[in-house]
Design a protein around this ligand. Structure first.
Ligand SMILES: NC(=O)C1=CN([C@@H]2O[C@H](COP(=O)(O)OP(=O)(O)OC[C@H]3O[C@@H](n4cnc5c(N)ncnc54)[C@H](O)[C@@H]3O)[C@@H](O)[C@H]2O)C=CC1
Ligand SMILES: O=C(O)C(=O)CO
Length: 312
């Protein structure tokens, strides 16, 4: 079996060695321009078109959870990967735990009013504030898939009212499930902390806009862990200005790296990280890919296949 690998920034030598160890007998090589030799599987992130085009592959593995960039490339160049070749993505492989750490730490930061105390500290101002109550701190998760449900699981023991919104109804312990556009207003009505873990699709791009934000209670909070294009940044700034939002924690932006002139940098109630909420953990990813290839070769069922029509 031949496997080709391409990632613009990963340590390729590590991946080639780890894949070879996990799939004894497989010939694993780094794909380089001009390589048109046979391959059964391709592991990719932001692949050049010529890497995949014209190949009779058994499957392609995206080396991340989100497949929006490869699907948008496929829209412009469908010849790059014919529909009959399955595309897989990473399901969790250690990203769930990272999302849990990020969400829990930020929710507790706001719940214990550390944002207010940080602002007081900068003014040398001493003033104990009233505690927030858990019952006023409903957490709403947009997207209840692999990562959204892991985040819900980590928040559940903290006792906050929890709800999620997804395309279809979910059964998650301790979480009220809302489904479909018709239930979005009810989901938003009491959501004090909105956590976004939706995939970027034609239906979800721009979903966190002024009309959505206006449906949240006053003094709410936003954590965007998914994609920058979900948030209409001028509407976010307006909501912070009006007091609809008290704070935002952003990991992703409409343009990355975030340009120096973005007003988000200097906003006192916007906290930011540079798209690091959950990174691909190589050992876990290799384990998942090797297991999936082994099952595919044995004709057994696998999970993680992307529905190209649905867009995630
Ligand atoms: N900031 C970061 O470092 C990272 C961000 N991500 C982002 O997180 C996203 C989510 O990842 P997973 O949980 O693995 O995806 P997933 O596919 O398992 O879950 C997606 C969820 O969104 C829901 N959904 C999709 N379209 C919808 C719609 N139109 N209306 C309502 N619900 C809808 C689905 O029902 C599902 O519950 C990825 O697509 C990626 O963009 C992923 C990894 C790291
Ligand atoms: O896996 C993804 O989709 C990411 O955004 C990784 O940073």
């Amino acid at each position: 079996m031949d496997i080709i690998f391409y990632h613009p920034t990963f340590d390729t030598a590590y991946w080639l060695n780890a894949l070879s160890a996990a799939l004894p007998g497989a010939r694993v090589r780094e794909w380089k321009r001009g390589d048109k030799d046979h391959a059964d599987y391709a592991l990719v992130w932001h692949p050049p078109i010529e890497m995949l085009q014209g190949r009779d592959l058994k499957a392609v593995f995206a080396l991340g959870a989100g497949v929006d960039s490869i699907l948008s490339k496929l829209k412009a160049h469908p010849e790059m990967l014919p529909e009959h070749i399955p595309l897989f993505r990473l399901e969790d492989t250690g990203m769930g735990e990272q999302m849990q750490e990020y969400a829990v730490s930020q929710v507790l930061h706001w719940f214990r009013r550390f944002d207010d105390y940080q602002a007081f500290k900068l003014q040398a101002h001493w003033e104990p504030l009233a505690d927030y109550q858990r019952e006023d701190f409903t957490i709403g998760i947009l997207g209840a898939g692999v990562l959204g449900s892991k985040v819900a699981e980590a928040l559940a023991p903290w006792g906050f009212p929890l709800r999620c919104w997804s395309r279809s109804r979910k059964e998650l312990p301790g979480v009220t499930s809302y489904a479909g556009v018709e239930e979005l207003p009810d989901f938003l009505k009491e959501t004090r902390v909105l956590i976004n873990l939706l995939p970027n699709t034609a239906e979800t791009a721009g979903i966190i806009n002024g009309a959505l934000l206006r449906q949240l209670p006053d003094q709410s909070y936003l954590i965007n862990l998914a994609r920058g294009v979900h948030v209409v940044e001028p509407d976010l700034l307006a909501a912070l200005g009006s007091g609809k939002l008290k704070g935002a924690m952003l990991d992703v932006y409409s343009k990355e790296p975030l340009p120096p002139e973005s007003p988000l940098w200097a906003h006192p109630r916007v906290a930011m990280t540079p798209h690091i909420a959950a990174v691909t953990r190589p050992a876990e990813a290799v384990d998942y890919i090797a297991r999936t290839i082994t099952q595919l070769e044995a004709g057994k069922p696998v999970s993680g296949q992307v529905d190209r029509q649905r867009g995630y």
